[in-house]
Design a binder for this molecule. Structure first.
Ligand code: BGP
Length: 487
């Protein structure tokens, strides 16, 4: 990539992979674990690949919990709860120096409101994080990744209820005091801004009418901002040199046309989708958010002490996930509508797409990184997820050839290098997902992202065997050469 070793990539750059507890661990009822949102997400064999599954009512949840015949893949994941030692050994062979996973909140606090954590869960994560270290990787730990105790959703109404914040802080306090000796990169929330799009998964909201939704989403997000600040403070108290941040889904949008109204719509959409990271990084609500509340007559329970906390405890880094770019035109922003449209209002005719319709845009990553550098000068950006979901094929010879994945990562890593040359501060690149896991949005196992194939199909049938794909050797060469071996 460059004549100098490592090219633009700094020596302490985090090269790694990322997974989440709810998509990998399984063992949903083992050793005292309680159910989370993930455990009621059903796989639909007639799935429309371009749609994103969600849950809307408490009745849906009750039905799912009682459903003995449906397939709920996240309940079993890839069996990582049992296989993590072998899986981490294999992942360690990639030569990576970072491994991101999350702690299943409902494993530590099965109902969410207990005074004391589940001792078996403490032991499990003690060993998990120690094993990550043993294989030369630094654990990057997400505190919550779409897996809150379901009881807090059905009984307390999710994050709209301030009490949920207190339960979360008890959970976070336990995690930080116990694992600070092993973990020094904390990520409080996964994709904090997806509360705008998927209120159930990200905020634990159910049975909210369309009319109420904007105000309820804003209140729930406010509680997450306060919780984020409180956890940043906790992490620093436990270890002043720990890095504490949160993550957002990058939602870089292009205007649908050069019509001034579409250009303004694109600016307004980005004000909305970036307002959560504005709060995390700048420590205050941006004008676009306060104007929105005023114009819509929304008054939230925001206390002076909340605003002080948010101002005082800002993130040390901002994590992003990057998969696609979007196209938006005149119309309501993501605050005024609920539901995912991953690529925005319409396809971008200049880009190819995966079979799931996710448009592939490496140059957009360079654009996004430059945007953050301008908006949040000096703030380190961690690419906490980037990868390609594809239905890989296991050949009769037991091999998996995935040149499309190699191309995807190569072009995105190249874009990261260019952004660093542009002057952006990038802290690391974590590929989603290192090893195949269950898809967050479609609950499929056949939407695979790993460098390691897991021999299980959408129905959970298969040997469970782990097989290195062609991309494994390629990524290993990239990481160990600090991207000199990109081509
Ligand atoms: C992000 C999530 C991950 C992950 C990834 C890919 O939104 O943080 O959990 O799965 O996207 O999405 P999917 O699995 O839906 O293809």
């Amino acid at each position: 990539m460059s004549a100098e070793a490592g090219g633009p990539f700094p020596e302490d750059f985090l090269w790694g992979v990322a997974i989440a507890a709810n998509q990998a661990e399984g063992a949903w009822q083992q050793a005292g674990k309680g159910p989370s949102q993930a455990d009621v997400m059903r796989f639909d064999p007639d799935l429309d690949l371009h749609s994103i599954a969600t849950t809307e009512s408490v009745a849906d949840v009750v039905r799912a919990l009682a459903d003995g015949s449906g397939i709920y893949p996240k309940r079993d994941g890839i069996g990582f709860y049992e296989t993590y030692r072998d899986d981490l050994e294999l992942l360690g062979q990639l030569g990576i120096n970072a491994f991101r996973t999350s702690i299943a909140w409902s494993r530590l606090y099965p109902r969410g409101d207990e005074a004391e954590p589940n001792a078996d869960a403490l032991k499990f994560y003690d060993d998990l994080f120690a094993t990550v270290r043993q294989h030369g990787m630094r654990p990057v730990v997400t505190l919550t990744h779409y897996e809150m105790p379901l009881n807090l959703v059905t009984e307390l109404g999710g994050w709209r209820n301030r009490e949920v914040m207190d339960h979360f802080l008890r959970f976070a306090g336990t995690a930080i005091s116990r694992w600070s000796p092993l973990v020094d990169v904390w990520m409080v929330f996964n994709q904090l801004n997806t509360g705008l799009l998927d209120p159930f998964l990200a905020l634990g909201l159910l049975d909210v009418s369309d009319a109420e939704m904007p105000a309820v989403k804003m209140q729930a997000l406010h509680h997450q901002f306060v919780a984020n600040a409180a956890v940043v403070a906790m992490a620093h108290r436990a270890n002043p040199s720990a890095l504490a941040g949160s993550m957002v889904l990058d939602m870089t949008a292009y205007p649908a046309t050069t019509r001034p109204a579409d250009v303004l719509a694109q600016v307004q959409e980005e004000q909305v989708t970036l307002f959560p990271s504005d709060v995390l990084v700048r420590g205050a609500y941006p004008p676009a958010a306060t104007r929105y509340l005023r114009d819509h007559g929304i008054s939230l329970d925001i206390r002076d002490s909340d605003l002080e906390l948010i101002a005082k405890h800002r993130v040390d880094y901002l994590a992003i996930s990057y998969y696609v770019t979007r196209v938006v035109g005149e119309g309501p922003t993501s605050l005024d509508r609920t539901g995912w449209s991953i690529n925005g209002d319409r396809p971008n005719l200049h880009l190819a797409a995966s079979p799931w319709g996710w448009q592939i845009d490496p140059l957009g990553l360079r654009t996004a990184l430059n945007k953050y550098a301008d908006r949040y000068p000096g703030m380190p950006i961690l690419i906490a997820e980037n990868g390609l979901g594809f239905e890989d094929v296991l050949t009769p010879a037991g091999e998996v050839h995935d040149p499309y994945r190699i191309d995807y990562h190569r072009e995105h890593i190249r874009a990261v290098g260019q952004a660093i040359d542009d002057g952006c501060t990038v802290m690391g690149y974590l590929a989603w997902s290192g090893i195949d896991v269950v898809s967050a949005s479609s609950n499929q196992r056949s939407k695979r992202y790993g460098f390691i194939y897991v021999d299980l199909d959408d129905f959970g049938v298969g040997s469970g065997r782990r097989i290195r794909k062609d991309s494994f050797d390629w990524f290993q060469a990239v990481v160990t050469s600090r991207a000199d071996a990109l081509d």
